[in-house]
Design a protein around this ligand. Sequence first.
Ligand code: BTN
Length: 333
Amino acid sequence: MESTRQRLIKILESNRDSYLSGQELSNQLNVSRTAVWKHMKELGKDGYEIEAAPRKGYRIVAYPDKVTKNTLQWGLNTSRVGRDIFHYEQVSSTQDIAHQLAKEGYGHGTVVVADEQVKGKGRMSRAWHSKRNEGIWFSLLLKPELPPVQAPQITLLAAVVLAEAISSISDLSPQIKWPNDILINHKKIAGILTEMQAEQDQIQYIVLGIGINVNQDQSSLPEDIRHKATSLRQESGKTWEINWLIQLILETFENTYEQFIQEGFLPVKNKWEKYGYRLGQEVTISTMRKAWQATLVGIEADGALLTRTEEGIQEKLYSAEIHWGEGGYNANP
Ligand code: BTN
């Protein structure tokens, strides 16, 4: 559910060239004119420039893209996710800070977000380019009461959350490349890094790192990954408000996570498969010893990728090199 503030920003944004009266806004938002005025004042404090012209109404002139603990928490419609938020202008990696906070006893849903990471971490010890204000770089501390074998489900869930969030705000068609890269038009737009501390039968905590390329243009993505990475701006042709996107992701995460805790993995699996990249298609798979063709069927509850050979033999894959074909590169941005 979008907050009144988010709806107000949306309405103002879609009427950039015209004025909207306080009355019109109050009707559209179903709140009083005083409430509209208060929201305008808060937006002003957060760096939005709103022109208020007598007898004409309001018009948005400039947006902040200043992420702070306050702008993130203001209007955030969640109960546990984001109750504690730590925002930094520059960090080494938000993952490291989240681990530290977990050790200090911070609870489920704590968020660590940075404008810039100088040592952003990707999967398989790769670097993750996280330049200032160009994307979303955050880590979410989770404390699920689950055994460690179920941890991959949470990573798959996070991929679903990103795909759902992007679909809900754009005409873009995100896809999830197993296990959890988010692609648009075959290029990677977001990645997820899950790190876990666990005892034998109980997860102590998970640090779920999410990186999304948002406002980069082609030239600000490093040259070596330009052919395989993209950003929301490149795909949609417009710039995005980072605060608002983070709120949307946190809200979508909380709802999807609650459904997962109550109903189990099936709804996540079904959604994942709706977005699954190359599902139903044949790809080449290789290990050190052999290469073979198989059709991608879906995912399993343990996070494995289910495949089927021409002979009809089903096999679960945990790690193997998949040759994704056109544009679906293996490497991470
Ligand atoms: C991948 O390789 O696809 C995973 C990328 C994860 C990047 C995010 S950005 C926020 C968090 N902090 C990090 O250092 N990495 C994750």
